[in-house]
Design a protein around this ligand. Structure first.
Ligand SMILES: [Zn+2]
Length: 175
C-alpha cells in the first residue's frame, strides 16, 4: 500500500481511473488533533493507496458517503433494531451537513442547545428498556424530540419510534 499526503487532490490512479474509497480509520495526530487515514482502491488495476488528511478534509479524497472503521465498530455492537435507527439518522444528518464521513462521535450528537425533559410515564417505561439499550434509546428519543421542537419525551413519541423502527405494534405493551 502506498502512502501519500494530499490536500487539494482528486485522487486518481496512475492508470487514469478515479480511486474508490474503501474505508477510513480515525487517528490522533500531533497534539491529539484528529486525522483520517483514508484507504482507496482503483477498481481498474487494483492499486491501493492510503491518504492521511486532517479530519474533516475529505474533499477530493473521499468519493462517497462512508463510515469510519470506528463508527462501523460502534454500530456493530448495537442490537440490530437500534443499529437500523442509528444508521439511518446518521446518514441523514451527514447529508444535511454536506459531509461524506460518518465518525464515531457523530453517531450520537449531543443535544446541547436544549434540555429535553421526560414525561413521568415515559421515564417509567424507559426503566423497563434493557440496560444494554437504554442509554442509546434515551439519546435517540431526546434527539428525535429536539428535532421536532418538543420539550419533552412523551409516551406517544416512544410508541411512534418503536412502531417505526422496532417493528412492534403500538398497542402491544398495554397492560
Ligand atoms: Zn488503476
Amino acid at each position: 500500500m502506498g502512502y501519500i499526503y494530499a490536500r487539494w487532490a482528486m485522487l486518481t490512479c496512475g492508470c487514469g481511473r478515479w480511486m474508490h474509497t474503501q474505508g477510513i480509520e480515525e487517528l490522533k495526530g500531533e497534539k491529539g488533533v484528529p486525522r483520517w487515514f483514508v484507504r482507496s482502491e482503483c477498481r481498474g488495476c487494483g492499486f491501493m493507496v492510503g491518504v492521511d488528511v486532517p479530519a474533516g478534509q475529505e474533499e477530493g479524497v473521499v468519493d462517497r458517503l462512508i463510515w469510519t472503521d470506528e463508527a462501523l465498530h460502534r454500530l456493530d455492537r448495537m442490537p440490530p433494531y437500534m443499529a437500523v435507527l442509528v444508521r439511518q439518522e446518521a446518514e441523514e444528518r451527514a447529508r444535511a451537513r454536506g459531509t461524506r464521513v460518518i465518525t464515531y462521535e457523530s453517531l450520537f450528537p449531543s443535544v446541547t442547545d436544549q434540555q429535553i425533559g421526560w414525561e413521568l410515564e415515559a421515564e417509567r417505561r424507559l426503566e423497563n428498556v434493557p440496560p444494554a439499550v437504554r442509554a442509546m434509546a434515551k439519546v435517540e428519543l431526546e434527539r428525535t424530540a429536539a428535532e421536532r421542537g418538543l420539550r419533552r419525551v412523551t409516551v406517544a413519541l416512544m410508541e411512534e419510534v418503536k412502531a417505526k423502527y422496532f417493528g412492534m405494534s403500538a398497542r402491544q405493551d398495554k397492560a
